[in-house]
Design a protein around this ligand. Structure first.
Ligand code: ADP
Ligand code: MG
Length: 277
């Protein structure tokens, strides 16, 4: 992934930049209550990291934020209207999503997968060609996204035949091609090698400084500390803390939730298992 300065995928902040707000959200999968009274709001121009143990509700929260899961209680607002009031293409123009597990049906090539990120722009004035066919803006967005995710050389390979990390980068490129001012990413670094992790970190910082609101689910607390302006800590479906990294990433807050010993030093956080009794 590279971060060209004149990126067409880095929306500039305007008075109309959509913002997303979860207001008292609860969500249940049948009998399993996965989210309970969660309220928070990512801000344009910032990275918000969602952290928390396995099964604490992070992926579910992203699903609710992008409208894929309907909250059992509470409301998600996009700008000043409930998310449910928007048609799917309007939501997709506002919110891009990188899932935890890359999945693509059928034998699409990487380029075709990235082009799928353009569907919400089809038919909008000047954005695409006639009859919803890909237009010059679509081609430019795809070319840029492929380059930014370092997969131009894979454009004509079948998505299904790529490695896990390459698939992850193709899903990132699809989200980038969408050019939405809000981006939700679910553990996007997991399959990436060190170089591509660093490049993605840089890309997310560039998008945020261009005015995007970035919501990043990650297990890497040190990465969250270095990248994010806000941290939201989930535990068993509840939002246990929201604040700056120095407010949330402390031994007092983390130890009871993760069940590990946490030490804070000028060099950062270190973690250890508690002594076995
Ligand atoms: P996280 O992303 O923090 O690891 P999830 O949001 O995936 O957590 O899951 C939260 C809780 O909801 C867990 O207890 C999980 O087992 C449950 N869960 C997640 N997806 C489903 C599903 N499709 N059906 C039933 N339960 C689910
Ligand atoms: Mg998850």
């Amino acid at each position: 992934m590279q971060t060209p300065d004149k990126s067409p995928s880095a929306p500039q902040p305007t008075a109309h930049t959509p913002t997303l707000r979860a207001d008292n959200i609860s969500f249940a999968y049948a009998a399993t209550l996965a989210l309970s009274n969660v309220s928070f709001a990512p801000r344009a121009g910032e990275i918000l990291a969602i952290v928390g143990p396995n099964g604490s509700g992070k992926s579910t929260l992203l699903g609710v934020l992008l409208g894929a899961l309907k909250p059992t209680n509470g409301t998600v607002y996009l700008k000043d209207k409930p998310l449910a009031a928007y048609p799917p293409d309007a939501i997709a123009r506002a919110i891009a999503y990188v899932p935890q597990r890359p999945t693509v049906a059928f034998g699409f090539t990487v380029e075709e997968v990235v082009l799928m990120g353009r569907w919400p722009h089809r038919g909008s004035s000047g954005a695409s060609g006639l009859l919803g066919l890909p237009g010059p803006d679509d081609a430019a967005a795809v070319t840029h996204a492929l380059a930014a995710c370092d997969i131009t050389h894979l454009a004509h390979r079948r998505f299904r035949e790529l490695s896990g990390g390459e698939q992850q980068r193709a899903c990132l490129a699809r989200a980038l091609a969408q050019q939405s001012p809000i981006m939700l990413l679910d553990e996007p670094m997991n399959a990436l090698d060190l170089r591509h992790q660093l490049q993605l970190s840089h890309l997310l910082q560039t998008l945020a400084s261009g005015g995007s609101a970035i919501v990043l689910v990650t297990h890497d607390l040190r990465l969250a500390a270095s990248l994010a302006q806000q941290i939201a800590l989930m535990d068993r479906g509840k939002l246990k803390a929201v604040g700056t990294p120095s407010q949330v990433l402390t031994p007092q807050v983390l130890e009871p939730i993760y069940g590990v010993k946490v030490q804070q030093s000028p060099a950062g956080l270190t973690f250890a298992l508690p002594p076995i009794i």
